[in-house]
Design a protein around this ligand. Structure first.
Ligand code: ATP
Length: 260
């Protein structure tokens, strides 16, 4: 595996490191005989936002399912050092018969929080994702980007130490997607959870993350771990910075190198 050092940063964040997610030499073979992952090792610490890019079918979603405990590794170690994990999918999976606020309150209900507490937490989370004034709207009355914001707010009220994202912005139009990226890294700067983010977009990975993991084609394994040194919060214009383009090029080269 190549560890690629990025160009000299303007500033580097120093954050205390709790190893929230550890994977060591993990493999996953499905009962069908498909070997999805082999020899995958990675660590996501508190204050790490790690994106995973790789060719279609290389096992990215499988990796996330192993991290979430939805599925078990065939061999190797998967260690999650927290009880508080939130999972955000491409589909916001909102309950259509509940308002935005009531969707976000659901977590509090499941945890038997008092009505006052869960309402307060939901309102704070909706405010954090920029949905003040939309609390009483139903999912069908919201745009795709707003529905994704509600999904994020719902994940935030759980106050996760580990945030797992499976291509959450993949279905959004380009402008909404860029706005959501800006919002998400702002939330990350604020909350400093450990994040593992699956995406097909190299620029999305570089913009959001402090590390980008590049996977090979199936069976997926880690071929590069690229450090992204820009401090958070990151301005939208960072995407036009030559250092940003250079890093995106480094990640793309690692991706393409795997096809040669
Ligand atoms: N439940 C399953 N049973 C059998 N094979 C599976 C199962 N889930 C995934 N696979 C296979 O494992 C491999 C990895 O799938 P996975 O969905 O993790 O890839 P991915 O990198 O997320 O793909 P994409 O980028 O296209 O979303 C694929 O070959 C897929 O067909």
């Amino acid at each position: 595996m190549a560890t690629v050092e990025a160009p000299a940063p303007a500033r580097i964040q120093h954050i205390s490191k709790t190893r929230t997610l550890v994977m060591e030499d993990v493999s996953k073979t499905f009962p069908t005989g498909t070997v999805a992952l082999t020899g995958v090792s990675l660590t996501v610490a508190a204050g790490d936002f790690v994106s995973v890019v790789g060719p279609s079918g290389c096992g990215k979603s499988t990796l996330l399912r192993l991290a979430s405990g939805l599925d078990a590794a065939t061999t190797g170690l998967v260690e999650v050092n927290t009880d508080s994990t939130s999972y955000v999918f491409q589909d916001p999976t909102l309950l259509q018969w509940r308002t935005a606020q009531k969707n976000v309150e659901l977590i509090g209900e499941l945890r038997s929080k008092s009505k006052i507490d869960r309402r307060k937490a939901a309102q704070e989370a909706l405010s954090l994702v920029g949905l003040d004034g939309f609390e009483k709207q139903y999912p069908r009355q919201l745009s795709g980007g707003m529905r994704m914001r509600v999904s994020l707010a719902r994940a935030l009220v759980a106050e996760p130490d580990l945030f797992l994202f499976d291509e959450p912005f993949g279905a959004l139009d380009e402008i909404t997607r860029l706005n959501m990226q800006t919002e998400l890294q702002r939330l990350f700067a604020l909350k400093q959870f450990a994040g593992l983010f699956i995406t097909h977009s190299v620029s999305e990975a570089v913009y959001l993350s402090n590390r980008v993991i590049v996977m090979s084609g199936r069976p997926g394994t880690v071929v590069a771990d690229v450090r992204v040194p820009f401090s958070y919060p990151r301005p939208p214009e960072l995407r036009f910075d030559p250092a940003f383009a250079e890093l995106a090029g480094t990640v793309s080269a690692a991706l393409e190198g795997d096809h040669r």
